[in-house]
Ligand binder design. Structure first.
Ligand SMILES: Cc1ncc(C[n+]2csc(CCOP(=O)(O)OP(=O)(O)O)c2C)c(N)n1
Ligand SMILES: [Mg+2]
Length: 425
C-alpha cells in the first residue's frame, strides 16, 4: 500500500490523506498527464478567442500598438538615403568585416566541434547583423552580459577569440577572462538578467559614464528573472539596455508558443520603459536603434530593443531542427540573409569596390588559427582548481571533499588517467 499525503494548506483539519494502491496511483497520474496535455493543446490552439464585452472602458489589446520593425535597408537592398545613419566610410566597411567574422567564426567553431574539439557550440548563423549592429555602438566602459550567441559584440568589447574557444571547451577560466573585459555568458536562460539590473544600479550609484547591456533570447523573456530585472530597472532608472535577439525559436519552442504577445518590444509598456522592435537582419537599423538606446540608457532610461532575426541552424551542434520545423520556413529566411543585404547596400553606396572579400576572409582565418593555437596551448588545469576556484576561504565541507579526492587518487593512481584536465581539445 502506497500512501500519498497532500496537505492543502491552511489548517491541520483541512489536510487530507489519500490512500491508494500503487496501481491506482499510476492510473491517476496517467489521467492527470493526459489532462495536462489536452489543456495545453486547447490553450495553444485557442488562445485568441474572445467574448464580446460590454464594458465602458477602453481595453488595451494586442492591436493597440504597432509592432512593425524599424528597417533601413529592405531585403532587396533598397533604402531611403535619408534614413542611413551618419557613419564614416570606415565604419560602414568595419560593420561588414565584423559580420563576415561572425559568420566565419561560427563555421569554424562548428567544424571544431565536429572534430571533437568542443563540447558543444551554438551557431549564430543568421544573427550576424543583430550581433554586430547591437555591439558596435557600445563603448569600452560598457558592460555586456550575454547568452553565448553574441561573440563579435563581446570581441568588440575586448574579449579574445581564444577565450571564446576555451569557453566552448568547457574551460571555466574563460569566464574570468571575459569578466576582465566586463563581459559574461550566462548559461541559465534569463537567470543573469537581474545581475544586469544590479550592475546598472551600481553604475548609477557610482555615477559611472557607462551602460550595461543584456543580450538574451526570446526564450529568456518568459523567465521570472527577466520580468523582475526589467521591471526593477524601470523603477530604479537603471542605465541598462535589454537587447533581445528574437530568433523566433527557443530550441524547439516557436515564438508563437513562447508568448501570446505580438512582440517582445511592446512589453516595455508593462515595465514602464521604452521599447523598439527592429529588423535584426538589417545591420544599420540595429545599429541606429542601439545608438539611440545607449543614449537613452545613459540618461537613466532603461530600454528594450528587440532584434527580429532567425536562427538558421540548430539550437546547438547537439540539435536537429528538422525534427520540429519546416525547411520551407528556413528557406524564406535564407532569402533575407543579413550579409548579402548589406553587400547590396555597400554596392549602392559605391563602397563595394573597397571590399576585398577574399583578403578579409584570409585575415579572419589567420586570427582564428592564432586563437585556436593559443587555446590548445592553454595548459592542463590542476584538479584542485575545481575545489578552490569559487571561494576565497574554502568551506570545511569542500575542503573535506578535496582531501578525500586526493586520497582517492593516491589509493588508485590509475584513476588519474580518467581525470580530464583540459576538456575537449
Ligand atoms: C534556466 C534554464 N532553463 C533551461 C535551459 C536549457 N536551455 C538552454 S538554451 C535554451 C533556449 C533558449 O532560447 P532563447 O532564449 O530563445 O535563445 P536562443 O538559443 O534561441 O538564442 C534552453 C531552454 C537553460 N540553459 N537554463
Ligand atoms: Mg531564441
Amino acid at each position: 500500500m502506497t500512501v500519498v499525503t497532500a496537505n492543502t494548506g491552511t489548517t491541520r483539519a483541512e489536510s487530507f490523506t489519500v490512500r491508494a494502491s500503487a496501481e491506482t496511483n499510476r492510473a491517476a497520474l496517467c489521467l492527470y498527464a493526459r489532462r495536462l496535455v489536452s489543456w495545453y493543446e486547447i490553450a495553444m490552439s485557442n488562445n485568441l478567442s474572445r467574448q464580446a464585452l460590454d464594458l465602458d472602458a477602453p481595453w488595451i489589446s494586442q492591436d493597440t500598438l504597432s509592432v512593425e520593425p524599424h528597417q533601413i535597408v529592405a531585403p532587396d537592398g533598397s533604402y531611403d538615403p535619408d534614413d542611413v545613419p551618419d557613419l564614416t566610410e570606415e565604419a560602414f566597411l568595419d560593420l561588414y568585416r565584423w559580420m563576415l567574422f561572425e559568420k566565419r567564426y561560427a563555421e569554424r567553431m562548428v567544424k571544431l566541434q565536429r572534430r571533437g574539439e568542443l563540447g558543444t557550440f551554438g551557431s549564430s548563423r543568421g544573427h550576424e547583423a543583430s550581433i554586430v549592429g547591437s555591439g558596435y555602438p557600445l563603448q569600452d566602459s560598457d558592460w555586456l552580459l550575454g547568452m553565448g550567441r553574441e561573440t563579435m559584440a563581446m570581441l568588440q568589447q575586448g574579449v579574445s577569440l581564444r577565450d571564446m574557444i576555451l569557453f566552448w571547451r568547457g574551460v571555466d577560466d574563460a569566464q574570468q577572462f571575459l569578466a576582465q573585459e566586463n563581459c559574461m555568458i550566462g548559461i541559465s536562460v534569463g537567470g543573469y538578467l537581474p545581475l544586469v539590473t544590479g550592475i546598472g544600479w551600481g553604475m548609477k550609484r557610482m555615477d559611472a559614464d557607462a551602460v550595461v547591456t543584456a543580450h538574451f533570447g526570446d526564450g529568456a523573456t518568459s523567465t521570472g528573472a527577466s520580468h523582475e530585472a526589467i521591471n526593477f530597472a524601470g523603477v530604479l532608472d537603471i542605465p541598462a539596455i535589454f537587447y533581445c535577439q528574437n530568433n523566433q525559436w527557443a530550441i524547439s519552442t516557436p515564438f508563437e508558443k513562447q508568448t501570446n504577445a505580438n512582440s517582445i518590444a511592446q512589453r516595455a509598456i508593462g515595465y514602464g520603459v521604452d521599447g523598439v522592435r527592429v529588423d535584426g537582419n538589417d545591420v544599420l537599423a540595429v545599429h541606429a536603434a542601439m545608438t539611440e538606446a545607449r543614449e537613452l540608457a545613459s540618461q537613466g532610461n532603461p530600454v528594450i530593443v528587440e532584434g527580429l532575426t532567425y536562427r538558421r541552424g540548430g539550437h546547438s551542434t547537439n540539435d536537429d531542427p528538422s525534427r520540429y520545423r519546416d525547411d520551407e520556413e528556413r528557406e524564406t529566411w535564407i532569402d533575407r540573409d543579413p550579409i548579402e543585404r548589406y553587400e547590396r547596400f555597400l554596392q549602392s553606396e559605391g563602397l563595394w569596390d573597397r571590399v576585398d572579400r577574399e583578403t578579409l576572409l584570409e585575415g579572419i582565418d589567420e586570427e582564428f588559427d592564432a586563437a585556436h593555437e593559443a587555446a590548445d596551448a592553454y595548459g592542463p588545469r590542476d584538479v584542485e582548481e575545481i575545489f578552490v576556484h569559487l571561494y576565497d576561504e574554502m568551506p570545511p565541507a569542500l575542503e573535506a571533499q578535496m582531501a578525500s579526492f586526493g586520497e582517492f587518487l593516491e589509493t588508485y593512481p590509475e584513476m588519474d588517467e580518467h581525470v580530464d584536465r583540459r576538456p575537449k581539445g
